[in-house]
Design a protein around this ligand. Structure first.
Ligand code: ARG
Length: 465
């Protein structure tokens, strides 16, 4: 048991207590961030005269050698240390002796862990943004290629009006753009450095908090030392943004599962992204999409867990807050894995364009356009709605579509119909006439695609803000 605090105790910690309390098995995830924070801290301590430059250099060399040994596997992070902070400090003292004991001057594990978690979360937010960006690039390509790929649009999962595949994907594009921007907002809001807050009340050493904030790429120091060590809002915000990403991926997965089903056959998933059945030889299952849909629950669980953990905690630090880590790490890994696999799955799936178009043609997706035709010829919309309702019934009874009706049949129900009705309700017209901003018509779609192109170029150049 390697602990940083034995002095005032007369007994050894009970082993079960030690195990229950220890965090080394999971907080080693931010080992690199912990060392990065320590290097900034000692750099500042030397700049303010609290440490000598020689002490600073020895400590930094010692820290770097620990990193090198852990990275090459020469030094193992083991359970004999209570947490990652103790691991680093104990190894430092073992390597460099006396100066190592000065590393923790003017610092508490409370501001240290607050910093480590922030650095870790900040790095991961950027990685998730990159993955969202890769997905958006694939959607963008598919949108450009499918501006004229007709398919039915649904409400209540019933065929409603014809749209294009580009338009359908465009809906998800908007969701992922919002997801990306949400992460940018969170990163900006959290980007203040808690280091120097001490246990809760700052320190009497003349620390230069602006300096450490700058060394660690923060906008500046946090402004209340109690809030600095007690704030986990940024984790909650990130998990909320992740939950929304998963919700979007899950809806999209659900659609892909439907589209890939025998009944729809709008898409076919690549063999590399499908799995078979142990008993039914004919099966090719969309397991990746199903897993993404399924894993959404565990990301929501991480959010619910930390909201619940934080709700009863008095200021400032309490050990409950150690529970902010495991589920958060799991949620980060889950979101990253799901985004990467989902992107590959969408990128490689084959589109069955003729199936989509045929499906859009039956199911009366052009009924609204038939009503609009009547309105354009002077019929009130409510009457037009009734007339087209009769047409639909007529077709259902004969198992035909509106386009199959003869002109005399149209005219028997309403004399207003002329030969140009066929053109007015053709798939092409139904889609192409819809050119209000955000609609599926080619002109409207192209305008959005151009905006997306500019957006992706800007984000692709590495600007997250
Ligand atoms: N493992 C602890 C955590 O994750 C580090 C902070 C410990 N601070 C303390 N006062 N015991 O929260």
């Amino acid at each position: 048991m390697a602990q940083l605090w034995g002095g005032r105790f007369t007994k050894e910690t009970d082993q079960l207590v030690y195990n229950f309390n220890a965090s080394i098995t999971f907080d080693q995830k931010f080992f690199h961030q912990d060392v990065r924070g320590s290097i900034a801290h000692v750099t500042m301590l030397a700049a303010t005269g609290i440490l000598t430059e020689a002490e600073r250099d020895t400590i930094i060399q010692g820290l770097n050698s620990i990193v090198a040994d852990v990275d090459t596997g020469t030094l193992e992070i083991t359970g004999e240390y209570e947490d990652i902070h103790s691991f680093v400090e104990a190894n430092l003292i073992a390597r460099i002796g006396e100066p190592g004991k000065k590393l923790h001057t003017g610092r508490s594990r409370n501001d240290q862990v607050a910093l480590d978690m922030k650095l870790y979360v900040r790095d991961e937010i950027s990685e998730v943004q990159e993955l969202v960006l890769s997905l958006m690039k694939v959607l963008h390509r598919l949108m450009k290629e499918n501006i004229n790929t007709y398919m039915p649009g649904f409400t209540h999962l019933q065929k409603a009006q014809p749209i294009t595949f580009a338009h359908h994907l465009g809906a998800y594009m908007e969701m992922f753009k919002r997801d990306y921007e949400r992460l940018t907002d969170i990163r900006n809001r959290m980007n203040y450095c808690p280091l120097g807050a001490g246990a809760l009340a700052g320190t009497t050493y003349p620390l230069n908090r602006e300096m450490t904030a700058e060394l660690l790429d923060f906008y500046g120091p946090t402004l209340n030392s109690m809030d600095s060590v007690a704030d986990r809002d940024y984790i909650i915000e990130m998990l909320s943004a992740f939950s929304t990403i998963m919700m979007h991926l899950s809806r999209f997965s659900e659609e892909i599962i439907l589209w890939n089903s025998n009944e729809y056959q709008f898409v076919e998933l690549d063999d590399a992204y499908s799995t078979g059945s142990s008993i039914m030889p004919q099966k090719k299952n969309p397991d990746i999409a199903e897993l993404v849909r399924g894993k959404t629950g565990r990301v929501y669980a991480a959010l619910t867990s930390i909201l619940t953990t934080m709700k009863g905690i008095p200021l400032a630090y309490n050990k409950d807050m150690q529970e902010d880590k495991e589920l958060t790490f799991d949620a980060i890994d889950t979101v990253k894995g799901c985004l990467a696999l989902f992107t590959g799955m969408v990128d490689t799936m084959t589109l069955r364009k003729e199936r989509m178009e045929a499906s859009a043609k039956n199911g009366f997706t052009n009924a609204t356009d038939a009503a609009d035709y009547l309105v354009n010829h002077g019929v009130a919309f409510r009457d037009a709605h009734g007339i087209v309702g009769q047409l639909v019934l007529y077709c259902i009874e004969r198992n035909i579509s509106l386009d199959d009706m003869k002109l005399e049949e149209f005219q028997a129900i309403s004399p207003v119909f002329e030969a140009d009705i066929y053109d007015a309700i053709s798939m092409k017209t139904c889609v192409e006439k819809r050119n209000t901003i955000g609609a599926p018509g080619q002109k409207a779609m192209q305008a959005v695609i151009d905006l997306n192109e500019a957006y992706l170029c800007e984000k692709g150049s590495g600007k997250h803000e």
